[in-house]
Ligand binder design. Sequence first.
Ligand SMILES: *Cc1c(COP(=O)(O)O)cnc(C)c1O
Length: 368
Amino acid sequence: MKNYLTASISASAIRHNIAALRQRIGPDVRLCPVVKDDCYGHGMDVLYPVLSGLVDGFAVASPHEALALRRRGYKGFILCLLSAYFDELEVQDDLVRQSITQTVMSSTALASIRAAAERVGEMAQVHLKVDTGMGRLGVPVSQAGDLIGSIHELADVELMGIYTHFASADEADKTTALQQLHQFKSIIPPTKNLMLHAANSAAAIDLPETHFNMVRLGIALYGYRPSDALLHTMELKPCMEVGAKLIAVKHIRKGGRSGYGLTHEYTRDSRVGIVPIGYGDGYFRCLSDRAVVRIKGMNAPVCGQVSMDQMTVDITDIPAVKVGDEVEVISSDPQAPNSVENLARLAGTIPYEITCHLGHNIRHVLVD
Ligand SMILES: *Cc1c(COP(=O)(O)O)cnc(C)c1O
């Protein structure tokens, strides 16, 4: 952890986003935040106290993330989106013991969950995941009915819910998302009290007919739009700002160069600052010579190649900059050139990848 790099995570932004999303889904739909990869890089340590009182459960990727939530003392609903695999199967005993809801996607997975339930001597709670067209995990629609039947035959496995996942709900054209929805509806059994869920952030925002009785929200909760193509606009507040301090300031003459490969040539006498963040900290190297950081509210362009742990920015046009001055590497203003969404555009990727990468070396602190 690098103490000189700080991700300030705003509790009020999270509260705002949850309130706005609750408004969108209405009072009868459960809001389940997706907190995989350490809350998409925003840090479970800081976000858990904010989220735990405001949400109706948590969805995580791995069994280890699920168990870690129980260790924090969370007693509510936890859905594990991936199963236990290979040499981790014994972790399923803990999942059963800790009343963590596991996902069933095949008869093999069902057999292994059942074996865990038998060993532990308690009921295993499961949700069935159906592949309605994403072509990734999930039981194919054609086999879903049989698998539901197999679960009902087992005394120690309880089917609590059924879900699916959209491949392209974030696109303007909702044709395939609606086809997936149609497939999903076709396999829902008449059983009462099942938790049914399909919507990710994009579907929660754009497709109310996908809400059923729970939505699984990731990116929107953290304050970013899932894509530029959504049909509905929502006022989301990015919850993260990343700050650093300048560790050096120097002059480079006209015609001088900087960085690996000396790719950047200065076309005037320039002042540059060194910022101690690089691709090893999750600041993408492909942002070299493209992105800006902000110092004293002004843009400082990234000059030359981003290194593993530092990069050079042009501060010629910013008066009186000195060592120790604050550098806003990532802004929480969605319109700023260094917002997560804008950096994602520059890097040719999605906001998710930007925030996940920033999760590892940077100290997270909760503000307001
Ligand atoms: C990650 C994930 C989500 C959340 O998606 P967002 O686009 O971040 O809202 C929902 N469901 C599943 C199965 C996921 O893996």
